[in-house]
Design a protein around this ligand. Structure first.
Ligand SMILES: [Zn+2]
Ligand SMILES: [Zn+2]
Length: 350
């Protein structure tokens, strides 16, 4: 099969032929019809994830067709249209038993703990626990964005963030996960303040339901700008980018007893990220993390997509072939882009 491979962290990846994967006893091999390009893939390529040993194939948001099943798989068969959360759970640990597969103690992650989906085929573990059937009418491209960013945003806003109608929600960083959060919070009846440095990203945030926007490159103090717009601060604020600056701005955006949800990854090769804990104490803030979403939590989200309340398809702004991935992956470091880029591994070379 053809796959995007990198041999050394931070050095250009290349597209080449590699052996097809084979399924584990409990796993499947999926023919990848669409796979999203996410900032986490850039972190993987840069060497920010200790799980990765090159040569490596990144890619963790995918949708496709089951090609081959292991002997121990009971729920799936070749031909099934599926997607998968980026956290593949073991199904047997204490976290899994509690229904918290997104923080499984023995999780695997395609594109991180093993070769991922920037390839024509990908192996996925514990298929009976992790695969999600795609509803009819949901395209592979749209479904690919659900596996990481949209599902992550859904859990961050709805489950961890406990959004309520009428609340103010601030979203710091309007890339794929941030725009998803804007759409989900607005559909929940919240008033959303979108924050980004890109006018294009803020324009998209408005079309996805943001009531107000803050251009972080044009104001002195982003947190203060959000507090002014929201009559004293947001009830819920998300750092959807993942940086010390956006994390602090998110915590600073909150009103008393507000909730901060950290969604963007904070890999810190040089140390841990400072968080304004004095403010957290004085205002009794809640600081929460959010890490993907378990497969069993997908159906209510998929129902909102099917009924048209949520439209993740609007987030997909660009579709590219495998050959364009090395360049697009490297570009994520300097220009995160707006919306979601989807790769179609079977698309003909341009
Ligand atoms: Zn587990
Ligand atoms: Zn991702």
């Amino acid at each position: 099969m053809r796959a995007v491979v990198f041999e050394r962290f931070g050095e250009p990846a290349e597209v080449r032929d590699v052996p097809d994967p084979t399924p584990a006893v409990h796993g499947v091999v999926v023919r990848v019809e669409a796979t999203g390009l996410c900032r986490s893939d850039w972190h993987a390529w840069m060497g920010h994830d200790p799980d990765i040993t090159p040569p490596h194939v990144p890619g963790h948001e995918l949708a496709g067709v089951v090609e081959e099943v292991g002997a121990g798989v009971t729920r799936w068969q070749p031909g099934d249209r599926v997607t998968v959360p980026f956290v593949c759970a073991c199904g047997g640990c204490a976290a899994c038993a509690a229904g918290d597969q997104q923080v499984c103690e023995r999780q695997t992650q395609p594109g991180f703990t093993h070769w991922g989906s920037f390839a024509q085929y990908v192996a996925l573990d514990h298929a009976d626990v992790n695969l999600v059937a795609l509803p009819e009418g949901l395209s592979y491209g749209t479904a690919a964005s659900l596996g990481c960013r949209f599902a992550t945003a859904f859990r961050a806003v709805v489950a961890q963030g406990r959004v309520a109608a009428g609340e103010w929600v601030a979203v710091h960083g309007c890339g794929g996960v941030g725009l998803s959060a804007v759409m989900i919070a607005a559909a929940s009846g919240a008033r959303v303040v979108a924050v980004d440095v890109s006018p294009r990203a803020l324009e998209l945030a408005r079309t996805f339901g943001a009531a107000a926007c803050v251009d972080a490159s044009a104001v002195q103090d982003t947190a203060e700008a959000v507090r002014d717009l929201t009559g004293g601060g947001a009830h819920l604020s998300l750092d959807a980018l993942g940086s010390p600056v956006t994390c602090a701005a998110s915590v600073g955006s909150l009103r008393r007893r507000g909730r901060h949800v950290q969604v963007g990854l904070l890999p810190s090769p040089t140390g841990t990220t400072p968080v304004p804990m004095a403010r957290a104490i004085a205002l009794e803030l809640e600081l929460l993390g959010s890490h993907g979403m378990a497969a069993h939590a997908y159906p209510p989200m998929l129902e909102l997509v099917r009924s048209g309340v949520l439209s993740p398809d609007l987030l997909v702004t660009t579709t590219i072939p495998l050959d364009a991935v090395p360049e697009a992956l490297a570009a994520l470091g300097t220009a995160p882009g707006s919306g979601v880029t989807v790769i179609e591994p079977w698309m003909n070379r341009p």
